[in-house]
Ligand binder design. Structure first.
Ligand code: ADP
Length: 490
């Protein structure tokens, strides 16, 4: 049950609410208690004022040693309320007069209020009051105790202490009522809030539940389906949008993968079919000449080489895609590498009577993966020779421009149609499939340029077709001269 976010949210919500309500109740209780006590103190203070006024007036009218006692009795009778106890003490601590001495009049309840004056807590309050002019305190006794007020006054040249006790019974009853109210209001509020909280959590999580069941239905077969976005400005809308864009990326990569697999198997099928066909012919029972067998073996060899080439290219691209192609950079001279590549391609160019020229270039030290750069340059040279008719010219130049080496390979071939130019770096793309396949000798799967571009990018550079028209094409590789990253992926 606790595995449900709804239940957990509700429990959290209820717990926090319960805590808030309890704290609130405690604060209310203490504020209420304090203000009750303050009101009682004000009341006691006012009562003492009135009592002393009456006492003084009466004392003037009386004479004799018991005059204060008599005056006190009158004042007590006049001011006695149900819950009050009055007592006057002289400066030696002896009681002069108290409510106990005065028989209760009318509704007053003398017997019940006389008790506290003899309690030990009253004694200690009385002792404490002798050290100050006015003192408020608490005295135990009765059901709920008394609030006590003591103040000094003088009469006929002597100092006395007037003590008034007020029963806290009514206040205590009020507080109990408040506590009782809290005791049933808080649980009801918590129950109602938790039920409401559960429905609220359910309602707010309903879109998530809907999204999760929609997402659960999306698989490889219906990767084009998307989650419904109720409100694209709220958090759940953002979640759905993020999920949808994740699906977009996944489906694109899935499509790329599928296309790659389809193209790869298509490319592999042709050489394998040729291999099988040629082998079947060679193995057929008809007697064949040695020359014919040799020709068959040559075809087999050529196709096997072509197959190897395609498989190697595929392997390179797969590792590059997975970011697992470790670069092995080292220091060397780019101009020298270009010279070596031009030299290797010379035989190919000669066979087609193409003049292959390398322009003079200055020393170009570089820190890069030499074998990868060699592969890129050979790919570009191979293409330039392959797509240039006999008697044409291929020119290679390598210059430093700012922080980059700019390597250009220009041919005088027929160029690439403008509409196809943006696609030539795509995998398995061939502008002219028939010609590309017929004229090559062991490659031509349309992977060369995509691998070359990846090599340039893995070196934090780029490869572009900078010009291509009816009089020829120029491919330009830009390679940074600066410090070089240790490893890179596709
Ligand atoms: P391929 O193995 O077919 O040469 P690439 O990836 O190297 O594959 O090249 C992709 C396509 O770009 C080629 O099939 C060709 O049509 C076109 N192309 C590449 N280089 C040149 C060039 N120098 N001149 C004309 N077309 C070219």
């Amino acid at each position: 049950m606790l595995d449900s976010v709804r239940v957990r949210l509700t429990l959290w919500y209820t717990a926090v609410l319960a805590l808030v309500l309890i704290v609130l109740a405690l604060i209310t209780y203490s504020i209420f208690w304090r203000s009750t006590l303050q009101r009682t103190d004000v009341n006691l203070s006012e009562l003492s004022e009135a009592f002393l006024t009456t006492l003084n007036a009466e004392a003037k009218d009386q004479s004799g040693p018991d005059s204060l006692k008599q005056a006190g009795r009158v004042a007590i009778n006049e001011h006695r309320f149900r819950d009050h106890v009055f007592a006057i003490f002289d400066d030696t601590g002896n009681m002069v007069v108290s409510s106990q001495d005065v028989p209760p009049a009318a509704a007053a309840n003398g017997s019940s209020v006389g008790g506290p004056l003899s309690s030990p807590s009253f004694q200690s309050f009385l002792d404490a009051s002798s050290r100050t002019d006015r003192l408020f305190g608490k005295v135990k006794g009765g059901e709920d105790g008394y609030r006590a007020f003591a103040r000094r006054f003088s009469s006929s040249g002597k100092t006395y202490t007037l003590v008034i006790l007020q029963s806290l019974h009514v206040q205590q009853e009020m507080l109990e009522e408040v506590t009782e109210t809290f005791a049933w209001v808080i649980p009801i509020a918590i129950v109602l809030a938790s039920v409401g909280g559960y429905f609220l959590a359910r309602k707010s999580l309903a879109p998530v539940v809907a999204m999760s069941s929609q997402a659960g239905r999306i698989g490889a077969a219906n990767l084009h389906e998307r989650l419904a976005v109720q409100n694209d400005r709220d958090e759940l809308g953002h979640l759905a949008q993020s999920f949808n864009s994740l699906l977009d990326r996944l489906s694109q990569s899935f499509e790329r993968q599928q296309r790659f697999m389809a193209d790869a198997s298509h490319e592999l099928r042709t050489p394998v079919a040729i291999l099988r066909g040629e082998a079947e012919v060679a193995l057929s029972h008809q007697a064949r000449s040695l020359e014919e067998y040799r020709e068959s073996l040559e075809v087999l060899h050529q196709e096997a080489a072509r197959l190897t080439h395609i498989v190697e290219d595929l392997f390179t691209l797969t590792r590059a895609d997975a970011g697992q192609y470790p670069l092995q950079p080292r220091d060397f001279y780019l101009d020298e590498l270009v010279g070596e590549c031009v030299h290797s391609a010379r035989t190919l160019a000669l066979a087609k009577k193409i003049s292959l020229n390398l322009e003079e270039s200055s020393e170009s030290p570089i820190h890069a993966d030499e074998s990868l750069l060699r592969r890129m340059i050979l790919n570009l040279l191979d293409n330039a020779i392959k797509y240039t008719p006999e008697g044409g010219r291929v020119t290679v130049a390598c210059n430093r421009v700012g922080d980059e080496y700019v390597l250009t390979i220009t041919d005088t071939g027929g160029g690439i149609p403008v509409e196809l130019q943006p696609r030539i770096f795509e995998r398995f793309f061939r502008a002219d499939k028939a010609r590309s396949r017929a004229e090559n000798d062991g490659g031509g799967a349309g992977l060369g340029l995509s691998i070359s571009r990846w090599i340039a990018e893995a070196h934090h550079g780029r490869l572009e077709l900078t010009r291509s028209d009816s009089v020829g094409s120029t491919f330009t590789a830009y390679l940074p001269t600066g410090p070089f990253p240790s490893a890179a992926g596709g």
